[in-house]
Design a protein around this ligand. Sequence first.
Ligand code: HAM
Length: 422
Amino acid sequence: MNTFRAPKGTYDLLPPDSARFLAVREAMSAPLRRAGYGYAETPGFEHVGLFARGVGESTDIVTKEMYTLTTRGGDELALRPEGTASVLRAALEANLHKSGNLPVKLWYSGSYYRYERPQKGRYRHFSQVGAEAVGAEDPALDAELIILAVEAHRSLGLREVRLLLNSLGDRTCRPVYREALQEFLRGLDLDEDTRARAEINPLRVLDDKRPAVREQLAGAPLMSEHLCADCAAYHARVRELLTAAGITFEDDPRLVRGLDYYTRTTFEFVHDGLGAQSAIGGGGRYDGLSEMIGGPALPSVGWALGVDRTVLALDAEGVGPELPPATEVYAVPIGEEARSALFALVTEVRRAGVAADFAFGGKGMKNAMKSADRSGARFALVAGDRDLAAGEVQLKDLASGEQTAVALDGAVEELVRRLGRS
Ligand code: HAM
């Protein structure tokens, strides 16, 4: 056995399962690419202060879950726990917001790191596909992003995704609500930790899952009852646009997210087949984040979908994207001369857009045919010296076993025809 194992809370993606992950990332990004979002890639680590200021000093992500390090040069860095702060930092640094073309629409895909207690669906290294629309305050933009995420779920065949929707207000109405909630929480019988949380980040207490706390929270004031006129109108418009687009959602006045930058629209996609880690994606508006990290006022909105949990959701529903076969044609040479001829033919087959593989390593015929079967290919191309002398190659249908001789110089066309590509 190997000496080393993957670190706790991580896992490797290898064939054949890795193909599903790629297909999920593709399905999540396709609707974004069709809607004018351009691809962004940022470093896997950033200055720790970006997340402390952006995600929030009092959040679990910043206080407990960040992987931080000090470089030899004395820089304090953190592996990125999420993508929004990084992408906004990159957009500001490149002055994309000054292009005169707002909103700046960006999408991204990559690895994120949180030092969490690992369990099914909760990992220390995980993947997200995300989207951010920077620099516009328009309910249609919030609706667009939600619709694009729903499109991704639909294209994957997921049927049991629920969309939870809330508004967290803005800098006018949130402080008033926060006070009211704090006032209410101070009157409850809470443990010391929770009382402390109520003082620093009272909205997080609404998210407490313990039955004894939940019971006491039954009469808690809700943000939805405290929205200012502007926020209420904005939220009503988002709801209207979603309804008009045929999107089903559930109003969830207790939906609070684990990151502090949200304002107004917040949402989460949950899948009931996943147990405790049911959120397969989430996002919302973050109108103040740019200023929090030293930029100008740039109202923005975005989401991130969890690739790992979406794959688990597909497993739970027993659905999945159509995967193209890894190998359609497998070449089996018999003898040295045939090796060169078939190796050249495989290159041509690939150039014609057909997935082809070759019996490498000087395998005997029997072994090579076993590899051909295992590869899942529909056809084998088999040739020995006698076939080559006749200018032919044997084309074998691996399902039926039927074998026909085809001219070597017409083999690519014949394969393309039989695979229904021409
Ligand atoms: P988030 O809700 O923290 O939001 O993460 C988004 C999704 O990433 C979650 O719904 C979940 O599917 C997945 N995820 C998070 N943590 C883990 C984990 N430990 N293991 C597996 N999957 C996980 C954000 O990250 C925000 N940046 C989203 C956003 C973009 N808001 C505005 N723009």
